[in-house]
Design a protein around this ligand. Structure first.
Ligand code: HEC
Ligand code: HEC
Length: 359
């Protein structure tokens, strides 16, 4: 017998509806849960803090285990032999370390330089990794250099620094002093294969900035990081006897002239990055690359002796991109050659070379 009770019929419909709705709800919930928690293989854990921490730890472990590159550093001075040739080597080393005592304005041999020591720029008598050391001198000279357009002897290269970095007069090539400096460089170069420039020799190359280096920003940094020693006026500080600098000058009449290597921005920035402020090393630099470029721009924007060598760069297309004096083979200004950006200039020369090669 059919139950025609309306109440009964109605409750049956509601019952069925409720079941369908609950089922739909459960399905929906499963769906939502699944979207929120996809199977492990589809999940992106790369931003999970735990994963990040593990990655960092792995990286620093790898870095601490990776062998740091073996950079050249000079042989131990205590191994200089005790004989007449050793005496010459020792004297050469002494001349590098205390140049001003012999050739400065109060020098005992001659008064022919600005009072700086070779060692002010060639740190630890030219033995420090990335401290503008002499690791590649004996092995690579004599060599052709585009600045002079000739094959240069070691004597010529040493005298370049006497005339430019020390803004002075060259040493006679047959003098005892020149011979001793060369004996020292030869001793330093023992164990470096002919033609090789060992890792860490000379000055570090920093990546170019994409903008011009900024002397204004550099001034602010200079006043924070350099004035304690080199002074606000950049004149450094003389020792009480007035013969040598405790802190060498960075510009002005006693500094390197505009034809010196450090007047190229890349050389100064690379020197600063690995060596200044005093105490910095290539492994523990204290300046970012940008700071090094900007401070270099400030230092080289200040006045200094304007000694020029008209015979330099007989082939103007061989001038380095940061040589700041025209004429140039490229269309860029002296200002861009001084402060950058250098990449476009470099690219221009690469394109010229390519065009030539495919012709
Ligand atoms: C104001 C800084 C400064 C002073 C002081 C200085 N030099 Fe230099 N010297 C340089 C720079 C910069 C270079 C070029 C480094 C480069 O281009 O990588 C250089 C290069 C040299 C080189 C060639 C190195 C190579 O591997 O090709 C020799 C040799 C040298 N100097 C000797 C001397 C001697 C000797 C003295 C002292 C009479 C001296 N320098 C003083 C800055 C200086
Ligand atoms: C704590 C003192 C100290 C501070 C700070 C310092 N320097 Fe030096 N700096 C020296 C000394 C000392 C030398 C010479 C090193 C030697 O003869 O062994 C030197 C050498 C130099 C040279 C090469 C020689 C010259 O006179 O051209 C330059 C360039 C230079 N410093 C730039 C800087 C700049 C830029 C800063 C700031 C970023 C700086 N230094 C901070 C002490 C300092």
């Amino acid at each position: 017998m059919e139950n025609n009770n309306w109440l009964y019929q109605w409750s049956r419909v509601t019952y069925q509806l409720t079941v369908v709705i609950i089922a739909a709800l459960i399905l929906l919930l499963v769906q939502v849960w699944y979207v929120a928690n996809p199977p492990v293989e589809q999940q992106d854990f790369s931003n999970h803090p735990f994963v990040k921490a593990t990655q960092e730890a792995t990286k620093s472990l790898q870095a601490s285990l990776a062998p740091s590159p073996i950079l050249w550093k000079g042989p131990d001075p205590s191994t200089i032999p005790n004989n007449p040739s050793g005496d010459s080597i020792r004297y050469g080393r002494e001349l590098i370390a205390n140049t001003a005592a012999y050739f400065g304005p109060k020098g005992s041999i001659a008064q022919t330089t600005n009072g700086m020591n070779c060692q002010n720029c060639h740190l630890e008598a030219g033995t420090r990794p990335w401290g503008n050391n002499y690791g590649a001198v004996w092995s690579t000279y004599p060599k052709f250099r585009a600045r002079s357009g000739t094959v240069e002897s070691i004597e010529k290269r040493i005298n370049d620094c006497f005339e430019r970095s020390l803004n002075g007069k060259p040493l006679p090539e047959d003098s005892k002093e020149m011979k001793s400096i060369i004996a020292y460089m030869r001793w330093l170069g023992q164990g470096v294969a002919k033609g090789q420039a060992p890792a860490g020799s000379g000055i570090m190359d920093l990546p170019y900035l994409d903008r011009p280096a900024d002397p204004e920003a550099g001034k602010v940094l200079y006043e924070q990081k350099c004035v304690a020693c080199h002074k606000k006026d950049g004149q450094g500080q003389l020792a009480p006897d007035g013969k040598t600098y405790i802190y060498p000058p960075l510009w002005g009449e006693h500094s390197y002239n505009v034809s010196a290597g450090l007047y190229r921005l890349s050389r100064l920035a690379g020197y600063l990055k690995a060596n200044m402020p005093l105490g910095a090393t290539w492994e523990k630099p204290q300046l970012t690359d940008e700071e090094a470029w900007d401070i270099a721009a400030y230092v080289n924007s200040m006045p200094r002796p304007n000694k020029r060598f008209p015979a330099d760069w007989p082939d103007i297309s061989k001038k380095p991109v940061d040589h700041p004096f025209g004429p140039f083979a490229d269309p860029y200004s002296e200002k861009q050659h001084k402060y950058g950006p250098f990449r476009p200039i470099k690219k221009w020369y690469e394109q010229q070379a390519q065009a030539k090669a495919t012709k």
